[in-house]
Design a protein around this ligand. Structure first.
Ligand code: PEP
Ligand code: MN
Length: 346
């Protein structure tokens, strides 16, 4: 249920409305827009019938939210969600590129990557320290050592770092080092993990499960948000279909559908979607044209030596080319490359 307040409602009146709703055991979430403030109410909505909401001062209208995802739905928020990320922000008019290798393999290769992708326009650095691998015999990441490398490179370069958390038992450890927590496709419906990261104060990059519908993805975001963490970025990374010519099938339409359904930022991962380096640029351009707020791209200083996903990783030179190639697409959709700046570079 959402409560729409009258123009000019006072903070005391808003507090009073919230108190009345919360006294019934529901939780409230405030969205302050330019024109009006929305109070979203989640919980046992039947109990709201016990209060004549329309007679409370400051209340203009009360609407049910018909979508199963409430906090994530557009109706719940007047404005697009913007998420602070290093020196910039994700969402709004910006376009944020996060780049780096599939796996953190060592200090030197992370430093080489960061030193190149940052100046080329990446706003953040990616790299997995804990890797979900289809085979238990594949390289599964450096673990905490990888997290320490990420934090060190962040301190050296100022680039915020994104890394995957796979298990509730690692969540606090990973959050101690990372600026953003990635939930991988294989864990999109790990409800215990979603609940755990919902309790942490770190933005969450939530990847679409390979057989998850758009509704499933939004409900997974709702799990995180229902714990109080509203900083969720959704990421389309390709889904499994009968097609075998690409690693996954990039669901381009998911981008405008998500933008219609939710106020959360929407990213695309062209690397896992296509599975080969040649597809990364065209899928990136398509994602930008379709309205994505940013990209997650795999880049490796020597792709042929990568311990994971080398065939879909761009070299450093290819990443430069991608960033240049994106410019006309971003201009066409009125996006500011590099994310909306919140502070001047240090
Ligand atoms: C990754 O980003 O390296 C990764 C494992 O992605 P996904 O969970 O989308 O497969
Ligand atoms: Mn990968």
């Amino acid at each position: 249920m959402i409560i729409v307040t009258r123009a000019g409602v006072s903070p005391d009146e808003i507090d009073h409305i919230r108190e009345r709703v919360e006294a019934l055991g529901l939780r409230t979430h405030i969205s302050v827009g330019d024109r009006r403030t929305i109070i979203g109410c989640v919980g046992d909505e039947a109990r709201l019938a016990e209060v004549p909401l329309l007679s409370i001062t400051g209340v203009e209208a009360v609407h049910p939210v018909l979508k199963p995802y409430k906090l994530a739905s557009r109706e719940f928020s007047e404005n697009e969600t913007r998420i602070p990320f290093g020196r910039s922000e994700i969402g709004g008019d910006g376009f944020t590129v996060i780049a780096g290798p599939c796996s953190v393999e060592g200090l030197d290769m992370m430093r080489r990557t960061a030193d190149r992708v940052g100046p080329a326009g990446a706003a953040g650095l990616r790299g997995g320290a804990f890797k979900p691998r289809t085979s238990p015999y594949s390289f599964r990441g450096l673990g905490e050592e990888g997290l320490k490398i990420l934090a060190r490179i962040r301190d050296e370069t100022g680039l915020p770092v994104v890394t995957e958390v796979m298990d509730t038992r690692q969540a606090e450890l990973v959050a101690g080092y990372a600026d953003m927590l990635q939930i991988g496709a294989r864990n999109m419906q790990n409800f215990a993990l979603l609940t755990e990261v919902g309790r942490l104060h770190r933005p969450v990059l939530l990847k679409r499960g390979m057989s998850a519908t758009i509704k499933d993805l939004l409900l997974a975001a709702e799990y995180v948000m229902s714990q109080g963490n509203m900083q969720v970025i959704l990421c389309e990374r390709g889904i499994r279909t009968f097609e075998t010519a690409t690693r996954n099938t990039f669901d381009l339409a998911a981008i405008p559908v998500l933008k219609r359904e939710t106020h959360l930022p929407v990213f695309a991962d062209p690397s896992h979607a296509g599975g080969v380096r040649d597809l990364v640029a065209p899928l990136s351009y398509a994602a930008a044209a379709a309205g994505a707020d940013g990209l997650l791209v795999e880049v490796h200083p020597v792709p042929e030596e990568a311990t994971s996903d080398g065939e879909q990783s761009l070299s450093l030179e290819e990443f430069d080319g991608l960033m240049t190639g994106l410019v006309p697409f971003l201009e066409a959709v009125g996006r500011v490359p590099g994310g909306a700046a919140t502070a001047p570079p240090a």
